[in-house]
Ligand binder design. Structure first.
Ligand SMILES: Nc1nc2c(ncn2[C@@H]2O[C@H](COP(=O)(O)OP(=O)(O)OP(=O)(O)O)[C@@H](O)[C@H]2O)c(=O)[nH]1
Ligand SMILES: [Mg+2]
Length: 336
């Protein structure tokens, strides 16, 4: 495909709007009339960016990226205009993806590979998830689908929240997708520069976030500004940290020590004189860490006791930033 054909294709796609384009070439470059160059865009984003930045004067070029497996994959998710693209540009130290105050600037997932002394990263910029409305039902569906696909591909999700608005319904939805997918997560409160603060603002907001995303209290919360760059650099270490935590393997011996302590401290529940007995526990998977508990009667293993065990495991081993899975098996049940 020639560059000219690519440009044509990109604009045709734009006019049709909202068809899943993920199979189109990534690695396009865009040069705006003012000389700003964006690299690593996909065609659609480049074309859209050019229509914002200049009157269809973009130079769009396809570059094949090839397969790169040893990169930590990070999905940057959140509602339109929260600053997803801005954060990626700041992390990469260059204008890799297109930023504007028009909600819906990023139209499809855009991959940016990046390497520094801390590691190798693939940042996936995503289309912001929009508010549900009857008129835009189709758009809503696609933005959810796209975010879901990006989350599926990722090792770590950066869940963006706007400091001006706090956690909104859409944020809860995005965070829920990442949690359900079992991905390591970091909650990133962006636009920290733009709110009035006193000594208590950060603690207050941290508490609000933990209350609103109560199923995700394992996720670290950071307060940054993609505009000024405040604390953005810390994300590299944090990404590596939560990714390592999600890949942690705990030996059966260590797990059963925790189990013995936990059951001695808080007795397992009983029902009609029958007490839950947990025989042993073992880890069967990583990313997220997955534990299987063998017991005498799964019906006695109430959710609250599972939660208690999970907390005991977390307080011993950390597992920060990652959800965990706990499967209960009754003795006699077949192992898969
Ligand atoms: N004050 C302030 N503005 C920011 C910050 N980060 C981003 N912005 C602005 O917010 C607007 C949206 O930024 P984008 O990075 O395009 O947001 P996005 O989440 O990628 O948006 P979509 O691609 O439309 O979903 C732009 O005008 C940015 O300059 C920040 O930390 N502080
Ligand atoms: Mg964007």
């Amino acid at each position: 495909m020639t560059d000219q054909e690519l440009v044509e294709l990109a604009f045709t796609m734009l006019e049709r709007s909202y068809v899943p384009y993920s199979h189109f070439p990534v690695g396009a470059a865009l040069e705006c009339a003012d000389g700003t160059v964006f690299t690593g865009c996909n065609v659609e984003n480049a074309a859209y960016g050019s229509s914002i930045c200049a009157e269809r004067t973009a130079l769009v070029k396809a570059v094949s990226e090839g397969h790169r497996d040893d990169f930590t994959r990070i999905a940057v998710v959140g509602k339109p205009n929260v600053g997803k693209s801005s954060i990626i540009n700041k992390l990469l130290g260059e204008n890799r993806v297109i930023v504007s105050d028009i909600a819906g600037t990023t139209r499809d997932a855009v991959d940016s590979y990046f390497e520094n002394q801390k590691g190798r990263y693939l940042f996936i910029d995503t289309a912001g998830m929009r508010k549900k409305s009857k008129v835009d039902d189709r758009i809503e569906k696609f933005s959810v689908l796209r975010a879901t696909m990006a989350i599926e591909r990722a090792d770590v999700c950066l869940i963006l929240v706007d400091a001006n608005e706090g956690v909104t319904e859409q944020d809860t939805k995005v965070a829920g997708l990442a949690h359900e997918a079992g991905k390591a997560c970091i909650i990133v409160v962006n636009k920290w520069d733009s709110i009035e603060k006193d000594g208590k603002t950060m603690d207050k907001m941290r508490q609000d976030v933990m209350r609103d995303l109560s199923y995700m209290t394992y996720a670290p919360i950071v307060f940054i500004s993609a505009l000024t760059g405040q604390r953005v650099g810390r994300l590299f270490e944090l990404i590596r940290y939560v990714n390592d935590q999600a890949a942690m393997r705990i030996t059966t011996g260590m797990l059963n020590n925790v189990l013995a302590d936990a059951t001695a401290r808080v007795q397992p529940p009983t029902d009609k004189g029958r007490r839950l007995k947990i025989y042993y526990m073992t880890q069967v998977g990583i990313k997220p860490p997955h534990f299987v508990c063998f017991c005498n009667d799964a019906r006695l293993f109430h959710f609250s006791y599972q939660r208690y065990l999970e907390n005991q495991i977390r307080s011993t081993f950390g597992l920060e930033g990652t959800p965990v899975r706990l499967t209960v098996r009754q003795k006699g049940e077949k192992e898969e």
